[in-house]
Design a protein around this ligand. Structure first.
Ligand SMILES: Nc1ncnc2c1ncn2[C@@H]1O[C@H](COP(=O)(O)OP(=O)(O)OP(=O)(O)O)[C@@H](O)[C@H]1O
Length: 282
């Protein structure tokens, strides 16, 4: 049930690598969070998945079709980081534009999402706040009734209530229609709330991927002085924090003994450790 896949994708800009050997899959009926520092390559990865940018090498498939040329696949919708909309259009014009441009358009659904966001349809796009613009861009994307939805930092401009509303809408879409969602975010608390899978990108490389529940179960914090190798068994130390007493370990949880303590690792602990770890460990 793979909706989007990349295999061995590379991309460089003027000789500088932006993506290196990226391989992953996004499944139907799931929300995958794409996480990474500024400049990690998230937008580049999304632009390649959408077909707005060509990879230098590697394979990209959307809904079972390999993509070789630029162009948005039918069945895919994308909300870019800067939410491009026609500034002089009213919201109603934008919705009509969506209706004319898409054969699978659901006008009532899109209008309902705009109404839920309390954005007046007669307002011009240029007068909307960034958060309102996000809600309109999302309504336009969801109105296409996509099977794959890519969202580049969709929640960044939203207040906490709007975030919850958008999260509810997306999760309902995923549950009811089996939509595959890939969304980038800098806020791990949001990821924890919305996503069931995680993809961590560091300097253009996939550093970690998997189901959130599995990743949380596979990692723990080990605290104490001495050599962690004496207690972690088959596990591996992903990162040792400054001071040398706290280690983020991946593997079966060690039985605490002697001076050692173990604690559950949070998503922040896991992501930050993998981003800080040397590449061969991640
Ligand atoms: N069109 C371009 N020309 C040259 N370099 C580019 C271009 N687009 C991206 N890059 C470079 O590729 C790298 C990855 O950029 P990208 O925008 O994909 O990162 P990001 O993870 O989305 O960052 P942010 O979180 O800040 O949005 C950066 O070093 C960036 O400078």
């Amino acid at each position: 049930m793979t909706a989007l896949s990349m295999r061995g994708v590379h991309k460089s800009f003027r000789g500088r690598s932006a993506l290196h050997d990226c391989t992953f899959e996004v499944g139907r009926g799931s929300v995958t969070a794409l996480v990474g520092a500024n400049g990690a390559g998230k937008s580049t990865l999304m632009s390649i998945a959408v077909g707005m940018l060509a990879a230098d090498s590697g394979e990209v498939a959307v809904l079972g079709h390999a993509r070789s040329r630029a162009g948005i696949s039918p069945g895919l919708a994308y909300v870019a980081q800067h939410k491009p909309l026609y500034r002089s259009f009213t919201v109603a014009d934008m919705l009509r534009f969506g209706e004319h441009a898409n054969s699978h358009w659901d006008h009532d659904y899109a209008r309902g999402l705009v109404a839920d966001a309390d954005v007046p349809e007669e307002a011009r796009v240029k007068t909307l706040s960034p958060g309102q613009r996000t809600r309109v861009a999302l309504a336009l994307a969801l109105g296409r009734r996509p099977e794959v939805l890519l969202l580049d930092e969709p929640l960044a401009d939203l207040d906490p209530l709007a975030r919850k509303a958008v999260a509810r809408t997306l999760m309902a879409d995923v549950a009811e229609r089996g939509t595959a969602v890939l969304l980038s975010s800098h806020v791990l608390a949001e990821v924890d709330e919305m996503a069931d899978r995680l993809l961590v990108l560091g300097h253009g490389r996939i550093r970690l991927s998997g189901a959130l529940d599995d990743l949380l179960a596979e990692h723990y914090l080990l605290i104490g002085s001495g050599d962690p190798a004496t207690v972690i068994g088959a596990g591996e130390v992903v990162e040792t924090r400054p001071g040398g007493r706290t280690h983020l370990v991946r593997g079966p949880r060690a039985a605490a003994g002697g001076d050692w303590l173990t604690e559950a690792a949070s998503l922040d602990d896991i992501v930050l450790a993998h981003l800080a770890a040397p590449e061969e460990v991640a």
